[in-house]
Design a protein around this ligand. Structure first.
Ligand code: NAD
Length: 365
């Protein structure tokens, strides 16, 4: 298969979807690779690393799209990119539940859209997990900076001192992001509370980390906690779907001024009513005196780590899809989970629900 790797285009997105190791594996299976010049450079991979392996380096994104049947990316495509994808395939983070417009555009252009984040195996999302680990850790580290008065924050040291109380951190959602944020928070000495709707998971976390406070997530519990909390990390997910809203605008008045809401779930549409996507260049805004941090590509801040972690997780799936061909993957259950759009049909039920669009079961195609 002819596979194209364009340079990412959203603001400060430094990751590349295919590193030289993945490229080598694809070339060994007789696939052809077209890499946009400079696509890997921010992750530490100059063009010559790809060239030496036998990839073709091309100058522009349009040439990558023109010459390829499958485009592999990191972030969701722009409308312009979708137009270049007409009747082709893309494998990337699509996060379609956060955009009806993008969903409709992929359907209108007959794009075979495969999403990393909708593959669920043994209750885990293997292609989201490595980015969730990074985002969970960084969400806490970035919030600590935002607590400093010198950065416009409340003016609290996360760990406190021997004579002053530590900061209070609330993590909503105890999956991969939540667990990693919690580990950071505990490690840095914050008083840490974690909420989830899955009681078995909460019991397991409490057994492994006795220092964390855990409770079943509900609006009442969150309302009672908010007046004490300095940092909230929102880390809830229904795979493929729009996350539930766990903090509404009226609840902001319960919090102290300059408290921090970090919505990691913002890539799926956000779990706080007042969340809207931000960038690394301009990561925060304030509503009702509460600092909102809503960067939707957090791992991009550490591309050397993130690109390689991403590739480790995605390369077996990309290889399988490339080997099976554009229409030959229907007997592969895992790839079918990745399939969100196909020949004008929407094949992900959660996305269909989020946008009230017609769902077509991929098994019936
Ligand atoms: N912003 C970024 O750069 C970035 C990077 C990676 C992941 N993410 C996002 O972070 C979110 C979490 O990802 P994850 O990998 O940790 O998912 P996960 O599936 O591992 O965990 C989600 C958790 O949320 C819990 N949950 C669901 N509804 C809840 C509710 N109402 N209250 C409390 N908990 C609830 C689930 O039980 C589950 O434990 C996703 O939206 C993902 O897309 C964002």
């Amino acid at each position: 298969m002819k596979i194209g790797i364009p340079k990412e285009i959203i603001s400060q997105e430094y990751r590349v979807s295919v590193n030289p190791e993945t490229a080598k594996m694809l070339l060994q299976s007789s696939h052809e690779l077209f890499i946009q010049s400079g696509a890997g450079v921010d992750s530490g991979y100059p063009d010559k690393d790809y060239l030496e392996l036998g990839c073709t380096i091309v100058d522009s994104a349009s040439e990558v799209f023109d010459r390829s049947e499958l485009i592999v990316k990191v972030k969701e495509p722009s409308f312009e990119e979708v137009e270049m994808l007409s009747n082709k395939a893309i494998f990337t983070y699509l996060h379609l539940s956060s955009s009806k417009e993008l969903t409709q555009k992929l359907l209108d252009c007959n794009v075979t859209g495969l999403a990393y984040e909708t593959v669920v195996i043994n209750n885990q999302t293997p292609m989201l997990k490595p980015m969730s680990e990074i985002a969970g850790r960084l969400s806490l580290l970035d919030s600590i900076e935002l607590l400093k008065k010198s950065n416009g924050g409340k003016g609290k040291l996360i760990a406190g001192t021997s004579l002053a109380e530590p900061a209070n951190v609330l993590i909503i959602g105890g999956g991969i992001v939540g667990l990693n944020a919690m580990q950071m928070s505990l490690g840095l000495g914050a008083s840490t509370t974690l909420l989830d709707v899955n009681n078995d998971l909460l019991n397991e976390i409490k057994n492994n980390y006795p220092a964390v406070n855990v409770a079943e997530s509900s609006e009442e519990v969150i309302r009672n906690l908010l007046p004490m909390i300095d940092i909230v990390v929102g880390a809830v997910l229904t795979p493929g779907g729009k996350p539930p809203t766990v903090i509404t605008r009226d609840m902001l008045s319960l919090m102290e001024p300059k408290s921090i809401l970090s919505d990691v779930s913002v890539d799926q549409g956000g779990c706080f009513e007042t969340s809207k996507p931000t960038t690394h260049g301009n990561p925060t805004y304030e509503i009702d005196n509460i600092i909102h941090y809503c960067v939707k590509n957090i791992p991009s801040a550490v591309p050397f780590t993130a690109t390689n972690a991403l590739n480790e997780a995605t390369k077996p799936f990309i290889l399988k899809f490339a080997n099976s061909g554009l229409d030959g993957f229907f007997n592969d259950e895992k790839l079918l989970m990745a399939l969100n759009t196909y020949k004008g049909k929407l094949t992900n039920e959660e996305v269909a629900l989020a946008h009230s669009l017609e769902f077509t079961d991929s098994k019936s195609i």
